[in-house]
Design a protein around this ligand. Structure first.
Ligand code: CCH
Length: 286
């Protein structure tokens, strides 16, 4: 047990668990980034529902959403950290883990603020279907991300997280990694998107994705239909080109937009204290 509020100690323990030789590409990092994103990305600006407050993925309604398949691995990786620092809320731990993982994998420092609650307000629970579907196109991406309050530029910057990790046939139905070194944060995803020729492939399961095979690559690389929609859309594409050519600008923009993502639905006073957390009515404590 550490001193309540010692987030530096929590960060250290998250960093220490990233190396997982038996898991995927040897790192828990990518799936932790996805956990942070899916816990936040249910937010709806108009109704002020969803978002990371409440850590709703602990329960079947949200945790059992097919879009969240596989994220139990991320939550299990973090259990020892929660056990050791029991004062931290799951909502804070999951978002902080994503931020620490990005940095540890060579990405930018992302601003992160504490204070999320694990108090579940039933009236704030997101319905299923709030997260994006990789089989779709630009209209769908806009529908999902505009609902959270993001611009076209922010959508493209956030999508750069697909530098990390991979698709698992038994989770999403898609298969493979976007880049050759999927545990190193970089702008390779954008560079490959522009420089390679992507061929449609229908997997045995009937799922449609795009693939490319490089002579020197260990495996066939992939793109989702939603990834390639960023190329074909005239408003998304200039940002893909910018981020492919300017890694620093990508890092800067990614850091800003990821910080915004994990703050969706969180209201703070001038001192940074959350004003819409512990006092919610009609909620229950875990
Ligand atoms: Fe993603 N993502 N994502 N994604 N994603 C998947 C995996 C990761 C979409 C679909 C998928 C973001 C946006 C989108 C990560 C981060 C982000 C998978 C494979 C699908 C499908 C899941 C599996 O099979 O395990 C779609 C569609 C969109 C937008 O339209 C955003 C935004 C982020 C973060 C900022 C990361 C990281 C992974 C790898 C996870 C892993 O387990 O390796």
């Amino acid at each position: 047990m550490s001193t309540p509020g010692d987030y530096a100690a929590v960060r250290k323990d998250i960093a220490a668990l990233l190396k997982q030789p038996e898991y995927d590409d040897g790192s828990a990092g990518p799936v932790l980034v996805r956990l942070a994103w899916h816990s936040s990305g249910t937010y709806d600006h108009e109704t002020d529902t969803g978002g990371s407050n409440g850590a709703g993925m602990r329960y079947e309604t949200e945790g059992g959403d097919p879009a969240n398949a596989g994220l139990q691995h991320a939550r299990v990786f973090l259990e020892p950290v929660k056990a050791k620092h029991s004062w931290i809320t799951y909502a804070d731990l999951w978002t902080l883990a994503g931020v620490v993982a990005v940095k540890e994998m060579g990405g930018p420092e992302i601003e992160w603020k504490a204070g999320r609650t694990d108090y579940v307000d039933d009236s704030k629970l997101p319905p299923r279907g709030r997260l994006p579907d990789g089989a779709q196109g630009a209209d769908h991406i806009r529908f999902i991300f505009y609902r959270m309050g993001f611009s076209d530029q922010e959508i493209v910057a956030l999508s750069g997280a697909h530098n990390l990790g991979r698709c698992h046939s038994d989770r999403s139905g898609f298969h493979g990694a976007w880049v050759n070194n999927p545990t190193r944060f970089s702008n390779t995803y954008f560079r490959l998107m522009l420089s390679r020729s992507w061929k449609e492939k229908v997997l045995d399961s009937g799922v449609r994705q795009f693939v490319h095979y490089d002579e020197d690559a260990e495996e066939e690389l992939m793109m989702l239909p939603t990834d390639l929609a960023l190329l074909s859309d005239p408003s998304f594409r200039p940002w893909v080109e910018l981020y492919a050519n300017d890694k620093e600008r990508f890092f800067e923009d990614f850091a800003k937009v990821f910080a915004k993502l994990v703050e969706l639905g969180i209201e703070r006073d001038e001192a940074g204290k959350i004003t819409n957390a512990d006092n919610v009515k009609g909620g229950y404590h875990s």
